[in-house]
Ligand binder design. Structure first.
Ligand code: HMG
Ligand code: MG
Length: 304
């Protein structure tokens, strides 16, 4: 399989990144972050979640954030949706893409969305059908595709099973998520292989958290299989509130630096992306987790 010449990145920082943030992040800051990401050339941004505000208080301003974005015609704005109530809100907020999120582990499914894997699929079925009927694209996320914080290792066959169910209910693209960042390249490739029995390579997304420092290696491993869609998070923000100890997704800046270095196009302006990461890191009052951004910011200081 040839390495792709173009890679499509979805920045999930405003959603996956900020959902776990303890300090309040005003809607205006989230809107500004989205604005800066699109100015840097991101064409796909996961903005928020239409989930219960009791479960994830940080996403309670979902409609306000969606409403406040100065939209660009060539950018797609995505939101997580767990059920019909979430879908109705996402449609009212004019989401271009919704993401239904299930898991390859029963325990995580219960902790995260309060139902079994089978129940989640039945809950998603009408959500997916209604979204597609409304002309909204549908992604599915499979959490714990390599390991689970409650059950430990997760067999690729289980990931394949959930991918097959998602395919059957009409999910168009599926993201293979290493929620707790325990995966290493061969394990990630095995999970990807299982998903590829149900979805075309063009419909498979890598979503790798960087808890154990493996996310960039895992991105390369997936890239070498021909995967060309990845979820990444500006400044490496994030984690899941129901996966304690898990850190953010691989930093968008690090992935862009690697891809451009390999001669792979992304359509993203790395310097502007570094600025977006610096903006949110300054607001959160902590250094960026991106190694490439840290180096580029230090280089800027040396040359000014
Ligand atoms: P539940 O308690 O079983 O839901 O939660 P329910 O249907 O019984 O409703 C209970 C209450 O929630 C009701 O309100 C509903 O109105 C309300 P009350 O009558 O008590 O006042 N409610 C909602 N409110 C707003 N929007 C909604 C909604 N649905 C119900 N859509 C539920 C089930 C799924 C709602 C809950 O478990 C939930 O919201 N979970 C979300 C958890 C979450 O967002 N986790 C993080 C995102 S997933 C992730 O990060 C992983 C990912 O990045 C991939 C990876 O890395 O693995 C995607
Ligand atoms: Mg995630």
């Amino acid at each position: 399989m040839a390495i792709p010449r173009f890679v499509h990145l979805t920045d999930v920082g405003p959603r996956d990144g900020l959902q776990n943030e303890k300090q309040p992040v005003p809607a205006a800051v989230k809107i500004e972050l989205v604005q800066r990401l699109q100015a840097a050339g991101l064409k796909d941004i996961e903005v928020t979640s239409f989930v219960s505000p009791k479960w994830v208080p940080q996403m309670a301003d979902n409609a306000e954030v969606m409403r406040g974005i100065p939209r660009k015609g060539d950018v797609r704005y995505a939101a997580l949706v767990p059920n019909m109530q979430g879908l109705e809100a996402a449609l009212a907020a004019r989401a271009d893409t919704i993401v239904v999120f299930g898991a390859a582990s029963e325990a995580f499914s219960q902790k995260n969305i309060n139902c079994s894997i089978a129940q989640s699929i039945e809950r998603f079925r009408p959500v997916v059908a209604a979204a597609l009927a409304a002309g909204v694209a549908v992604r599915g996320a499979i959490s714990c595709a390599v390991g689970c914080p409650y059950e430990g290792g997760v067999a690729p066959a289980r990931v394949g099973l959930v991918a097959g169910l998602m395919r059957e209910i009409g999910v168009q693209q599926v993201s293979v998520a290493d929620t707790i960042g325990v995966g290493t390249p061969r394990a990630v490739q095995a999970a990807m292989e299982a998903v590829l029995t149900h979805f075309h390579i063009d419909a498979v997304i890598g979503h790798f958290h960087d808890t154990y420092g493996q996310a960039l290696a895992n991105t390369l491993a997936a890239l070498e299989m021909g995967v060309w869609h990845f979820d990444t998070s500006v400044a490496g923000l994030g984690g899941c509130p129901y996966a304690k100890g898990a850190t953010g997704n691989v930093a968008t800046e690090d992935v862009v630096y690697m891809l451009h270095g390999m001669g792979i196009e992304t359509g993203i302006d790395l310097e502007a992306l570094v600025d977006a990461g610096a903006y949110i890191s300054a607001f959160l009052n902590r250094p960026t987790l991106s190694r490439a951004a840290t180096a580029l910011l230090a280089q800027r200081q040396r040359t000014t």
